[in-house]
Design a protein around this ligand. Structure first.
Ligand code: FAD
Ligand code: MLT
Ligand code: ZN
Length: 472
């Protein structure tokens, strides 16, 4: 490990206090590997400032001493963006002590929160104020607002409310030299030049440290209907979502597709899950309708839509949840896929997007190419169909060696991304590039876009100290 001087460490401790610094190797461990145990790094220090001023002072000191920083929130990211490299010379800057909800303004329909606030805490605070904060994802009990912003997180409600970018009105950011940009404006209209917040959203910690944000609130939802539906093929999902949307408009707030393989993993590994149907089916969707009105006739609407789809041959079977416990059980089947896949050995994760209309073609073509080239791999395809976003995750063949499978990562990615790009899609819809897709982005992104990205990076961070080795 490249040692930092006693003097530098003393200065950091003078800023954040003893509670804000971790030097002990054992206590550092949880900051140095990711949720899947797919990435491992080393760090000189973990620093946990408790205020924006402390973040600014730490960043300024690192800037003066040419020390690279790796911002980290809940460490639930899925492409290694929050994990330092192996050199042991980087400092992990954890925002998890910045947990204040600074303001709830119901009249402006906004909430102002610090970067370390857990997503679920924002949802709860919104609910207490009779409002909804709609970002929702499987890791919501441990991911942070800072991480959500830095990855422009998506999740299951994007088809109705948009992703984190769409939910953000203002930001406070500590720049790589330690200056504080106060862009905490709760305005829905502000045309005073370039909209800088959008550069930081989705920048994965490579342009600055997000310390706080003004987020949009929505009216609370008072009626919800949830259904679990069996489909004959992926094409049927595209037909069905169009039909339900035409019928229900904005009341369609969830439409999650799952292959049989995905559901099988959940049934094998997630406690308390059971198949709602007696028969096996190749594909499933979880549909959610919601409304701000109490007792809105959502069951009737969904019955109507599913009835129509049954006649068209797009639906084989369906159940409507009849209690809150059933709703929770259906969502557990969907949200449990990531965790379940971890039990099946190493996996290669992909979060591609293509135009919604081309999802069936993507699945059909990629399945064919993959199984030809890598016989026995288990394809765990599921995701946010309304956004054209599929998690096309690959688990190793049952009897393959872990190391041999992992060695195929680049080749597997290339097969998947070649099809994605041929269908005018994106190699990352919601998880970002991090370490995993940095090289692939060089291959698949337009050289002009890459050139512009590099010049933005240089403008903000000429010394290259913000999360080096990620994104670009
Ligand atoms: P981290 O993992 O700590 O960091 C992620 C990136 O953001 C890193 O590059 C880090 O350097 C940077 N960063 C973190 N905080 C800051 C900050 N304050 N300032 C600047 N940069 C920062 N993602 C989705 O989009 N949709 C999903 O549906 C979804 N489902 C998931 C389900 C499970 C079970 C899991 C484990 C993950 C899922 N994710 C999903 C991925 C992950 O939860 C999101 O990317 C989340 O936004 C990351 O938040 P975090 O606080 O854990 O960030
Ligand atoms: C999800 O939607 O469950 C996650 O984004 C996907 C994943 O864990 O691969
Ligand atoms: Zn997802």
């Amino acid at each position: 490990m490249a040692a930092l001087s006693e003097h530098f460490i003393g200065n950091i401790e003078a800023i954040v206090g003893a509670a804000g610094i971790i030097q002990d190797a054992g206590r550092m461990q949880s900051y140095l590997s990711d949720w899947r145990n797919a990435y491992h790094g080393a760090a000189a220090l973990v620093v946990r400032p408790a205020s924006t001023d402390e973040v600014a002072a730490v960043v300024r000191l690192c800037h003066e001493n040419q020390i690279a920083l790796v911002p980290q929130g809940g460490n639930t990211g899925l492409c290694g963006g929050s994990i330092p490299d192996a050199s042991g010379s980087q400092v992990v800057l954890s925002l998890t002590r910045m947990t204040r909800i600074r303001e709830v303004d119901p009249a402006n329909e906004t909430i102002t929160v610090e970067a370390g606030v857990i997503l679920q805490t924002v949802q709860d605070a919104a609910a207490e104020a009779g409002r909804l904060f709609p970002l929702s994802l499987g890791a919501e009990g441990s991911c942070t607002v800072g991480g959500n912003l830095a990855t422009n997180a998506g999740g299951t409600a994007v088809l109705r409310y948009g992703n984190m970018r769409d939910l953000t009105l203002g930001l406070e950011v500590v720049l790589p030299d330690g200056r504080i940009w106060n862009g905490l404006r709760g305005l829905r209209k502000d045309n005073t030049g370039y909209d800088l917040k959008h550069l930081f959203i989705g920048s994965e910690g490579t342009l600055g440290i997000i310390t706080a944000a003004v987020l949009k609130l929505y009216p609370a939802v008072r009626s919800v209907t949830t259904a679990w539906v069996a489909l004959p093929n992926a094409q049927a999902a595209v037909g069905l979502i169009g039909l339900i949307r035409a019928l229900c408009g904005d009341r369609l707030t969830g439409f999650e597709l799952m292959s049989r393989q995905s559901v099988e993993f959940v049934l094998s590994h997630v406690a308390g899950c059971s198949d709602p149907f007696a028969e096996l089916h190749p594909w499933y969707v979880l549909i959610e309708l919601s409304d701000t009105q109490l007792n809105a006739p959502l069951n009737e609407l969904l019955d109507l839509g599913i009835g129509d789809a049954l006649e068209r041959g797009w639906v084989i079977d369906a159940v409507l949840a009849s209690s809150e416990a059933q709703v929770a059980a259906l969502w557990r089947m969907r949200e449990g896929i990531s965790e379940a896949q971890n039990h099946e050995g190493p996996s290669l994760k992909h979060d591609i997007s293509v135009p919604v209309s081309r999802i069936p073609e993507f699945i059909e073509t990629t399945n064919r190419h993959l199984l030809e080239q890598f016989p026995g791999v288990r394809i765990v395809a599921y995701g946010h169909v309304g956004d054209g976003n599929l998690h096309y995750n690959i688990s190793k063949p049952i009897d393959a060696e872990d190391a041999a499978f992992k060695a195929q990562q680049e080749a597997v990615m290339q097969t998947i991304y070649d099809v994605t790009v041929s269908l005018h899609g994106s190699i990352s819809a919601e998880h970002g590039l991090g370490q995993t897709k940095r090289t692939a982005a060089m291959r698949y992104k337009d050289p002009l876009e890459l050139e512009l990205m590099r010049s933005i990076k240089f403008t903000f961070d000429p010394r290259g100290l913000m999360n080096p080795g990620k994104v670009i």
